[in-house]
Design a protein around this ligand. Structure first.
Ligand code: FES
Ligand code: FE2
Length: 474
């Protein structure tokens, strides 16, 4: 095969202008070092990740659409820590986040994944009540306390909140960088897909027997598709993927969908998968006169036309956004697969105590349109009969260790594979991963993680140094 090592692989849209969401980023030279695999199982490494990275970085705590009313809250757990993210007013930014803990004796204040309070948070231990603004409102039998004791009561401890494209981030650091600076161009990409107009139609949380980074690594490349997900080969051009690495550990891959893999011998016929994709947008595959290479453009054109009939405007979207998968890595632990019709927000949440376990948390977001011609595309994989109108926020479906996520064949395949990879990584016979350029996002992610974990590059003081080989498309 040919591979453009100089540019770090293919460019999807060579004509993309500077602000286009599909513009290829300049190649980032992240070196060729082999990293010690202990990072995937060593408790001391996990501890450093907590002390030096998780406690200082922005992470995604929830979705604005999940807390529309004042008093609505999300419980967000990150390792052993827990937070309450709650709406305190009607304004777009009126959202606060607190440690989920009662200042009396430390009981956790909320237990439900999502909920709503009308009169603050009442602790289940001794009924102290804290307002949604964080102030202490009620002390049971206050007269039984020496006054000096109650003078020490602080408000609920607050953490920083940032919102981009309807996604809520929090940061425990006293002095975090502005969220927008941290995200960089990724924030623009999220906005271009109008993620803020979507809501959660399904939310699955499942336990996997692997390190959270083993999970990230598997989702950050398409190099494994031919081996693990061969059924994708007819419709995903797994080698023609554009990999983009951005500052602060952010990354992205654009995977062409609606085109066969270059690994498939037949590049001409409209195969079964492509025929299904045509049919999905309302093109009769039997009457379709083009060959495989014409399918993507036909789908894009038809999607623009269809959008108009339900009152949507796709004029601001690039052609590639209408077909391809824009799988975006939001450092440290998210892969956000965005499409105009909806998005898949996957969070890789470390286990509080076991480095070889993580929670795979995935929300399926839908851009619902109230129009008789509207239907949610089948490729989003939502079960029959699920409410997609946004009227009901579904409960989180919790699944135990080893249970398949039941989010479609591809994810079930990954869930079977990862524990096996994890065991291999631990082997005395394994010396560390050998990453190719189809895996450049992995190296980029791990290098950024090391900037935190090694301590010498505190996010507050570190100059970001990237060796940029070549600027493309000037
Ligand atoms: S721990 Fe909350 S009221 Fe006592
Ligand atoms: Fe996979």
């Amino acid at each position: 095969m040919d591979y453009n090592l100089q540019d770090g692989g293919p460019t999807i849209n060579p004509n993309a202008d500077t602000s286009a969401p599909d513009r290829k980023a300049p190649y980032v030279q992240n070196g060729t070092e082999v990293l010690d695999p202990a990072r995937y199982y060593d408790a001391a490494f996990a501890r450093k990740e907590w002390d030096r990275m998780w406690t200082r970085v922005w992470t995604i705590a929830g979705i604005v659409a999940d807390i529309p009313e004042v008093g609505d809250y999300i419980k967000y757990d990150l390792l052993h820590e827990s937070f309450i993210v709650t709406r305190v007013g009607e304004g777009a930014e009126d959202i606060k986040a607190y440690y989920n803990v009662c200042g009396h004796r430390g009981n956790q204040l909320v237990m439900n994944d999502l909920g709503s309070v009308t009169d603050g948070f009442t602790c289940a231990f001794h009924s102290w009540r804290w307002g949604i603004n964080g102030e202490l409102q009620h002390v049971t039998d206050a007269a039984s306390f020496q006054p000096e004791v109650l003078e020490r009561v602080p408000g609920m401890a607050e953490v920083h909140v940032g919102i981009v494209a309807g996604i809520i981030f929090i940061n425990m650091d006293d002095n975090p960088p502005p969220l927008r600076d941290f995200l960089g161009v990724v924030a623009d990409h999220m906005e271009s897909f109008e993620v803020d107009k979507m809501h959660v139609a399904r939310h699955v949380r499942t336990e996997w027997a692997a390190n959270w980074k083993t999970g990230i690594d598997a989702f950050y490349e398409t190099y494994h598709l031919h081996a693990v997900h061969p059924e994708t080969q007819g419709v995903m051009a797994d080698i023609d993927v554009q990999y983009d690495c951005y500052p602060n550990g952010m990354s992205r891959m654009i995977v062409p969908i609606g085109a066969p893999s270059p690994r498939v011998p037949d590049q001409e016929s409209v195969n079964e998968g492509l025929a299904m994709m045509l049919a999905e947008v309302g093109i009769d595959p039997v009457a379709f006169e083009g060959n495989a290479a014409d399918v993507q453009q036909a789908i894009r054109d038809k999607k623009r036309e269809n959008a108009k009939t339900v009152g949507l405007d796709y004029d601001n979207l690039a052609d590639t956004q209408l077909t391809d998968s824009f799988a975006t890595g939001i450092f440290p632990n998210v892969q956000f697969g965005m499409h105009p019709e909806g998005a898949f927000l996957m969070r890789f949440m470390p286990h509080p105590t076991e480095p070889e376990r993580f929670t795979y948390d995935t929300m399926t977001l839908v851009r619902y349109v109230d129009d008789p011609n509207f239907s949610v595309p089948g490729w989003m994989g939502l079960p029959e009969g699920i409410d997609c109108t946004g009227a009901i926020r579904p409960d989180i479906e919790h699944k135990g260790i080893g249970e398949p996520p039941e989010l479609g064949l591809v994810l079930d395949q990954d869930s079977e594979l990862l524990p096996v990879v994890q065991r291999g990584i631990r082997s005395r016979g394994f010396a560390g991963a050998l990453w190719g350029e189809q895996e450049q996002r992995l190296r980029h992610f791990h290098n950024e993680l090391d900037r935190y974990v090694d301590g010498e590059n505190s996010p507050a003081i570190a100059p970001r140094t990237y060796t940029i080989k070549q600027e493309t498309n000037n």
